[in-house]
Design a protein around this ligand. Structure first.
Ligand code: HEM
Length: 153
């Protein structure tokens, strides 16, 4: 196996764990909010906040580092459209994840404990988290498509 093939395998594995994890969290939040299980939503918000630091952030660093290394190893250059889209996308999703989803999940749990499940403040925070999670997942899926199709390759 060449260095490039090894990096590609690591890149794709980290992408699978990242995108799969984000999709599963969104599915769980959606199911719990449909059955109105406020306390569990609060706990899941807290777990999601923790996962942001301990699971999603390390994976995003692996994806970024392996991607940049492959570009350097192949001598392609960073100005290609699909690589620019990849870089912009990963920055956007790291900002959404670390800046809003992580702290937002912990805030949701704190609000549930303080105000009680199903209160207007809690529901507003829940809705905000779900909208941001959908946006984050949509960006991730667009980057996967971008990487597979490689526009302007
Ligand atoms: C969330 C961000 C990212 C996702 C979801 C993602 C996803 C993928 C996927 C699914 C592939 C396999 C497609 C294929 O080989 O045909 C791939 C390949 C690749 N990605 Fe990424 N990627 C991301 C970020 C990046 C970044 C930031 C860079 C570079 C700066 C990058 C560089 C590459 C390269 C060089 C390949 C190999 C393409 C090839 O050998 O044909 N990726 N990526």
């Amino acid at each position: 196996m060449s260095l490039y093939e090894g990096l590609l395998a690591v890149h794709i594995l980290a992408v699978v764990l990242w995108v799969g994890g984000a999709a599963m969290l969104l599915i769980l939040f959606t199911k719990l909010s449909k059955i109105n299980d406020g306390p569990t939503i609060g706990k899941l918000g807290n777990i999601a906040g923790e996962l942001g630091e301990k699971y999603f952030m390390p994976l995003s660093i692996v994806v970024l580092a392996s991607g940049v290394w492959m570009v350097l190893d192949s001598g392609r250059g960073f100005e290609r459209l699909w690589i620019v889209f990849g870089l912009l996308g990963i920055v956007a999703t790291i900002v959404i994840g670390a800046g809003f989803l992580g702290p937002g999940g912990k805030k949701l749990d704190a609000l549930v404990s303080e105000k009680g499940p199903g209160t207007p403040e809690v529901l507003a925070q829940q809705e905000k988290m779900m909208t941001l999670s959908r946006l984050d997942l949509a960006i991730l899926i667009l980057i996967v498509l971008n990487m597979a199709i490689k526009p302007g390759a």
